[in-house]
Design a protein around this ligand. Structure first.
Ligand code: DOR
Ligand code: ZN
Length: 425
């Protein structure tokens, strides 16, 4: 294993220093950090962050390897500055058994570009009828701690209660895709002015808010941990604020796209903007940004959702919901100006690592800490070219946009996965 001396780097925005990486850990920090034979990396002007951690990634393997594989998604993640991603369970077959989560976990290890932490399904086949084998997934080699039916809501309150009770035994967490399905039948975009004008069925904010309120109360009743996926409305923020003040064990994520884009994009009928939950209004975007700054929303998660061309480049009504996120997340979040480097480190690394229970991640570079980190150039810009992305899919809503901040290098357990802005493998 090589030794690296990163010179003149600013750790999370602090004064420039040197960083020695040896045997998978940060061996020394400071201007006297030296080692014979170390490979030097000139990092003047660069910022070192703890490697980013994504709580919400769709890697599509097994089942839709034409849209993404564990390897291509891992490469996209590394290029985005990530060192760990939580792989969602809505694969084919669904990750609802120890066998499937172990398969995904092994594929992640084989790719070796990020730590892939499988998420287990809450219910068998995501059907919302019977609890999956949560215990067997928790004790498997994959050591699953986050369970989610993402893509679907666990809408039966009795099942949700049982799931919350069950995971308490191993400090697990239920990550809910909050969508009351009876309120979103046939929904195509946010229910509001734009949906009315286009004459398309709307997805009302209350469908999200009602489930968050219900689940917060269930989590309180059971004394268990609840995580809310991709919060998208101002009303949801109010409920989260109330629940946190009350001491309920609830955390929440927001996606980069919900921090930037609004439902007016649907006017183009370009399905690249179709996503679930849908893009909302300026008021919602403002509330989400404020909540992230304040900590009412705990983390940014990508909801990276690659889709094959035939599932995305078709009529709006037939297109699958979802957009790419891993390679653009840091730039989009930075572009909103909501967070400084410390805020970015917290909301995109430290806190998600803690929620997921990923011990070696989310730690600022310091002596003895596993060398999972990313180096970013705050003064660089880049233009998003869908064909130039590492993801196997092309459905980015940011095509052609020039974005701030470039990931220059990423280290996973002391080994570079990205150097000079390019994937090492
Ligand atoms: O837009 C979405 N896409 N939302 C989800 O909840 C699921 C995801 C997917 O799997 O494509
Ligand atoms: Zn979801």
């Amino acid at each position: 294993m090589s030794t690296y001396l990163i010179k003149g780097v600013s750790i999370v925005g602090a004064a420039p220093t040197d960083l020695l990486i040896r045997d998978g850990v940060v061996a020394a920090v400071g201007r006297d950090a030296r080692a014979a034979g170390a490979e030097g990396i000139d990092a003047a002007g660069l910022v070192a962050l703890p490697g980013l951690v994504d709580l919400h990634t769709h890697l599509r393997e097994p089942g839709r390897e034409d849209a993404e594989t564990v390897e291509t998604g891992s490469r996209a993640a590394a290029l985005g500055g990530y060192t760990a991603v939580c792989a969602m369970a809505n694969t084919d077959p669904v990750a609802d058994t120890a066998g499937v989560v172990e398969q995904v976990w092994r594929l992640g290890r084989a790719a070796g570009l990020v730590d892939v932490q499988p998420v287990g399904a809450v219910t068998v086949g995501l059907a919302g009828e019977r609890l999956a084998e949560l215990g067997a997934m928790a004790t498997s080699a994959a050591q699953v701690r986050i369970f989610s039916d993402d893509g679907h809501c666990v809408s039966d309150p009795r099942l949700m209660r049982r799931a919350l009770e069950y995971v308490k035994a191993f400090d697990g967490v239920i990550a809910q895709h909050a969508e009351e399905p009876r309120l979103t039948v046939g929904a195509q975009l946010h229910e509001g002015e734009v949906s009315a004008r286009l004459g398309l069925t709307g997805w009302p904010a209350v469908a999200e808010e009602a489930i968050i309120a219900r689940d917060a109360l269930l989590a309180e009743h059971v004394g268990s941990r609840l995580h809310v996926c991709h919060v998208s409305t101002a009303g949801s923020v109010e409920i989260l604020r109330w629940a946190k003040r009350r001491g309920i064990r609830i955390t929440a994520e927001v996606t980069p796209h919900h921090l930037l884009l609004t439902d007016t994009r649907a006017q183009s009928y370009d399905p690249v903007f179709k996503v679930n939950p849908p893009l909302r209004t300026e008021t919602d975007v403002a509330a989400l940004r404020a909540a992230l700054a304040e900590g009412v929303i705990d983390v940014v998660a990508t909801d990276h959702a690659p889709h094959a061309v035939e599932d995305k480049e078709c009529e709006w009504g037939y297109a699958r919901p979802g957009m790419l996120g891993l390679e653009t997340a840091l730039s989009i979040v930075y572009s909103t100006g909501v967070l400084d480097w410390d805020g970015i480190a917290s909301r995109m690394s430290r806190v998600p690592a803690r929620i997921a229970g990923l011990a070696g991640h989310g730690l600022d570079p310091a002596p003895g800490v596993p060398a999972n980190l990313t180096l970013v150039d705050p003064s660089a810009t880049w233009t998003v070219d869908p064909a130039g992305l590492a993801s196997r899919s092309r459905n980015t809503p940011y095509a052609g946009m020039t974005l701030p901040v470039r990931v220059v290098a990423t280290f996973l357990h002391g080994v570079p996965t990205v150097l000079d802005g390019k994937a090492v493998r």
